[in-house]
Design a protein around this ligand. Structure first.
Ligand code: AP5
Length: 220
C-alpha cells in the first residue's frame, strides 16, 4: 500500500527541512502545499495570485482551492508509492478531504510526525531563514549557513527571504496555526497515528528521532 506521511507542526519548526531529509531516507516525494503555492506565485498563475492575497497576511488559503491543488498533485504517477505531505492538511476539513482522497487510492495516512517547539524558537528560525530561488533548499544564517552568503550550496542559485516571514505576518501565522491547525494534533493522536518530536533539538537529532519513531508505525 502507498505510504502517506503527514508532517504537522507550527510555522518555522523545521517541517520543510525534515521533509527533504526524510524524502531521501525513505524514498518518498515531498509534497509541500506552501511550495506549490509559491511555485504558482512565481509562474503568475491565477492560483498563485489568489494564494498571495492570503499568504501575505499569514492567513490560510481557502480549503476548496487547497484541497483541489493537493488532490491533483498526489494523483500524479510520481506519488504512486505515497508522499510526505508537508503543510497539508491544516484544517479539519482538509484532513477529512485527505482521508477521502486516499481512500479512493486504496490508501490512508500511515503516520503523522508532530514536530513542536516554543514560539521564541520559531521566531528565531523564521527570521534567519534563507531559501533557494531555484529549488527551495533551506538555510539559516546562524544554524545552517550557506558556504557563500546569499548563494545556494547545491545549485548556485540566489537565496531570498520569504515575503511572509516579516515579523507582523509571522505573529499572525502562529495565531492561525494555534486556532485552525493545532486541533489536528488531537485528531491524529486519537487515531493512533501521532508521533511527537521535540523540534527544539538540532536538525540531525530531530531527523534521528523522526526516523526511529516513524518506522515503528510505518512497518505496522
Ligand atoms: P508554508 O510554506 O507551509 O509555511 P509554514 O507551515 O508556516 O512553515 P514554514 O515553511 O514557515 O516552516 P517549516 O516548518 O517548513 O520550517 P523550515 O524547515 O523552513 O505555508 C506558507 C503559507 O502558505 C501559509 O501561511 C498559508 O497562507 C499557505 N498555505 C500553505 N499550506 C496551506 C494549507 N494546507 N492550507 C491553506 N493555506 C496553506 O525551517 C525554518 C528555519 O529554521 C530554516 O531557516 C531552517 O534552516 C531552520 N531550522 C529547521 N530546523 C532546525 C533545527 N532543528 N535547528 C535549527 N534550525 C533549524
Amino acid at each position: 500500500m502507498a505510504k502517506y506521511i503527514v508532517l504537522l507542526g507550527p510555522p518555522g519548526v523545521g517541517k520543510g527541512t525534515q521533509a527533504k531529509v526524510l524524502a531521501e531516507e525513505i524514498g518518498l516525494l515531498q509534497v509541500s502545499s506552501g511550495d506549490l503555492f509559491r511555485e504558482n506565485l512565481k509562474n503568475e498563475t491565477e492560483l498563485g495570485k489568489l494564494a498571495k492575497s492570503y499568504m501575505d497576511k499569514g492567513e490560510l488559503v481557502p480549503d476548496d482551492v487547497t484541497i483541489a491543488m493537493i488532490r491533483e498533485r498526489i494523483s500524479r504517477p510520481d506519488c504512486k508509492d505515497g508522499a510526505i505531505l508537508d503543510g497539508f492538511p491544516r484544517t479539519p476539513a482538509q484532513a477529512e478531504a485527505l482521508d477521502t482522497m486516499l481512500a479512493s487510492l486504496n490508501s490512508r495516512v500511515a503516520v503523522v510526525p508532530y514536530i513542536s517547539a516554543e514560539e521564541s524558537v520559531l521566531v528565531e528560525r523564521i527570521s534567519g531563514r534563507w531559501t533557494c530561488r531555484a529549488s527551495g533548499h533551506i538555510y539559516h544564517e546562524k544554524f545552517s549557513p550557506p558556504k557563500q552568503a546569499g548563494i545556494c550550496d547545491i545549485d548556485g542559485s540566489e537565496l531570498y527571504q520569504r515575503a511572509d516571514d516579516r515579523a507582523e505576518t509571522v505573529v499572525n501565522r502562529i495565531h492561525v496555526y494555534l486556532t485552525q491547525t493545532a486541533p489536528l494534533v488531537d485528531h491524529y493522536r486519537k487515531c493512533g497515528k501521532l508521533v511527537e518530536i521535540d523540534g527544539a533539538q538540532p536538525v540531525e537529532k530531530v531527523t534521528e528521532e523522526l526516523l526511529s519513531d516513524m518506522k515503528k508505525l510505518l512497518n505496522r
